[in-house]
Ligand binder design. Structure first.
Ligand code: KIV
Ligand code: NA
Length: 279
């Protein structure tokens, strides 16, 4: 498959073909997503929680994101790649936002960046786009602002807050975003916003009326221990944890019982060399 470009994503949107986005955080998780021919791979700052064990996405550093971005970029041959700007790396001024975006491009080898926020981020987005780096917006539930929002809660459930999200979405489109993530809002709100925008919307917990969908790979492949709570919208398509657990447990048993390594996993020494060696 030829590498996915922004014009290709635009065309998919125009023709009403849903865009598939998935997160990846390292070489193998990007490799499998790219092989499965998703359209876009996002190195989300969710990696803070799902790959680095942090309690909050706001904890992850630019340098840490860049290490993961580079490993994802090495594995990605066809998907369009987007790096998530972490909290604190773009809010201070448009110049700061551009500086970080350039690092994601040059050091992270990403094709585009994502940042969270509404109309207050328009100047930063304009600045980044003016340097030729595409920007994906992110409205609704914005996890970096979790404490301000009072936790991971559905947004836009009232007329007033839904109107605010719509206004933010329109401002982000005007600022030059090529697409918008809409997270955890009622389906009706995301559908209406999608109709009012000319750029694609990528929903997560935003119903089936968006132009595309995004999920966190670890959630959708089931690569987490039993009992961990995942959001209502995160459909679990597999059970990678169970498969890894089974394999590792079997290995452990075979080491203990000396079933592993078997002759087929073992190197032999030529007989005459062995005689000399064993003397
Ligand atoms: O960090 C992330 O994975 C994200 C997506 C869920 C949109 O921001
Ligand atoms: Na994120």
């Amino acid at each position: 498959r030829t590498p996915v470009t922004l014009p290709m994503l635009k065309k998919m949107h125009k023709q009403g073909n849903p865009i598939t986005v998935i997160t990846a955080h390292d070489f193998p998780s990007a490799h499998v997503a790219d092989a499965a021919q998703v359209d876009v791979i996002l190195v989300g700052d969710s990696l803070a929680m799902v790959a680095l064990g942090m309690t909050d996405t706001s904890e992850v550093l630019v340098e840490e994101m860049l290490l993961h971005c580079r490993s994802v970029a090495r594995a990605t041959k066809s998907a369009f790649t987007i790096g998530d700007l972490p909290m604190g790396s773009y809010e201070i001024a448009p110049a700061q936002a551009l500086e970080t975006a350039i690092r994601f491009k040059k050091e992270g080898r990403m094709q585009a960046v994502k940042l969270e926020g509404g109309k207050e981020m328009a100047p930063a987005i304009e600045k980044i786009v003016s340097a030729g780096i595409p920007v994906l917006g992110h409205v609704g539930l914005t996890p970096q602002r979790r404490d301000m929002l009072g936790g991971f809660r559905v947004q836009g459930k009232t007329t007033a807050s839904a109107t605010k999200i719509l206004e933010d979405a329109l401002a982000l489109e005007k600022a030059g975003c090529f697409a918008l993530v809409i997270e955890a809002v009622p389906s009706e709100v995301a559908t209406l916003i999608t109709k009012r925008l000319s750029i694609p919307t990528i929903g997560i917990g935003a119903g089936n009326g968006c132009s595309g969908q995004v999920l966190v790979q670890v959630d959708m492949t089931g690569n987490f221990p039993p009992g961990r709570r995942i959001p209502k919208f995160a459909k679990q398509y597999g059970n990678v944890w169970a498969e890894s657990f089974r394999a590792i447990e079997t290995y452990r048993d075979e080491v203990r019982s000396r079933q592993y390594p078997a002759p087929e996993h073992t190197y032999d020494m030529p007989q005459k060399e062995l005689e000399g060696f064993a003397e």
